[in-house]
Design a protein around this ligand. Structure first.
Ligand SMILES: O=C(O)CCC(=O)C(=O)O
Length: 281
C-alpha cells in the first residue's frame, strides 16, 4: 500500500498523513452512530462523572477510567462543570468514549477492521497486529481540553515497543479547533516517561528523563475529514485546546504486536473474557 517515499517519511518523521483514507460519508456515519450511542447513555450512572484531563490527570484515580479497557465508557470535559455540577447535556459535555469500542460495538469493529487498515499495519511492520485501544474523541467547541505532549508507548507499554496509533479525522482538523501536533523525528528520542498501575489501586509515573520534549519543533497536522494519521509509538504528539466554535471529532485506534509482551502493570487491562483480537476474526 505505501510507496517507498511514504516508507521513508514514516522512518524519518515517525508519522504519516494519508488523506482520503476513509470516505467522508463513512466519517459521517460513524458520528451519527455515536449520537445514537450517546442517546442510550445515562450520565448520572454511579461513578460515571469522570473528567478526562491530561493536565489534571484526575481520571487516573477513577475506577471508571481504570476499568474501561474492556468497556465502552464516557468521560467528560472539565469545562462542562461549574462548581462541581454538570451544566451541559451529554452530547456537548463528553470528552471521549473509550476504550474497547472496536471490540464491543459492531459499527466501530467494522470501521476498525477494514482490509485497507490491515494492509497498512502490515506495511508498517506488524506481524501479529492486535487491536488494543479505541477512543472517540469529541474535542468539543470552546471547551475541548488540551491533550498534553506524550508518546503512546508511555501508556501502552510493550517489550519491545510496538504500539502504533491510527488517528482518523472525522471532521476537518485545524489549528483553531485543536488539530494534532507532532515533533518530526521525535520518535528517535528515548521515551521519557511510563504511566502504569502502582499496585495499590492507583497509577504512577516513572520518569526516565524530566526534560520536556522540544515542543517548539512541533508542526501542526491540519487535515481534512477522512484523513488517517499513523503515529509511531514513541512519537511526541499533542493537541491544543479547542477555542473555536467548531468541534473536531476523531477516532483513534491503538494497535500492538502480539509478538511483544504487553505488561501487566499497564493501566489498560482487559478481562480474560476479552482476549485481544486482530484485524480478522
Ligand atoms: O485527538 C487528540 O486530541 C489526541 C489523540 C492522541 O493523542 C492519541 O490518540 O494518542
Amino acid at each position: 500500500m505505501l510507496s517507498s517515499e511514504q516508507h521513508q517519511r514514516w522512518e524519518r518523521d515517525g508519522f504519516l498523513v494519508l488523506e482520503d483514507f476513509v470516505p467522508t460519508s463513512r466519517c459521517r456515519e460513524l458520528s451519527e452512530h455515536v449520537n445514537e450511542l450517546l442517546a442510550t447513555i445515562d450520565p448520572t450512572t454511579e461513578g460515571a462523572l469522570s473528567i478526562f484531563s491530561t493536565t489534571e490527570q484526575s481520571h487516573a484515580r477513577d475506577d471508571w477510567f481504570l476499568e474501561s479497557g474492556d468497556k465502552i465508557r464516557w468521560f467528560f470535559e472539565q469545562g462542562a462543570f461549574e462548581q462541581g455540577q454538570l451544566v451541559r447535556e451529554l452530547p456537548a459535555a463528553v470528552n471521549k468514549l473509550g476504550h474497547a469500542m472496536h471490540d464491543l460495538d459492531p459499527v466501530f469493529s467494522a470501521f476498525s477492521r477494514t482490509p485497507e487498515l490491515a494492509e497498512l499495519a502490515t506495511d508498517l511492520g506488524f506481524v501479529d497486529p492486535k487491536l488494543l485501544q479505541s477512543m472517540y474523541i469529541f474535542k468539543q467547541p470552546t471547551i475541548g481540553g488540551e491533550v498534553i505532549c506524550h508518546t503512546d508507548h508511555t501508556f501502552l507499554w510493550t517489550e519491545p515497543q510496538s504500539v502504533v496509533g491510527f488517528w482518523f479525522a472525522l471532521e476537518d482538523a485545524t489549528v483553531d479547533n485543536g488539530c494534532l501536533w507532532a515533533i518530526p523525528g521525535g520518535h528517535r528520542t528515548p521515551v521519557k516517561r511510563r504511566f502504569r498501575l502502582d499496585g495499590q489501586g492507583g497509577t504512577t509515573d516513572d520518569f526516565f528523563d524530566e526534560t520536556p520534549y522540544p515542543e517548539a519543533d512541533g508542526v501542526p497536522l491540519e487535515v481534512p475529514a477522512g484523513t488517517l494519521i499513523a503515529l509511531h509509538g514513541t512519537l511526541p504528539h499533542w493537541s491544543a485546546p479547542n477555542t473555536s466554535t467548531q468541534s473536531r471529532h476523531a477516532y483513534t485506534l491503538h494497535v500492538i504486536d502480539g509478538r511483544a509482551q504487553y505488561l501487566d502493570d499497564n493501566w489498560l487491562q482487559r478481562g480474560d473474557d476479552h482476549p485481544l483480537r486482530g484485524f480478522v476474526g
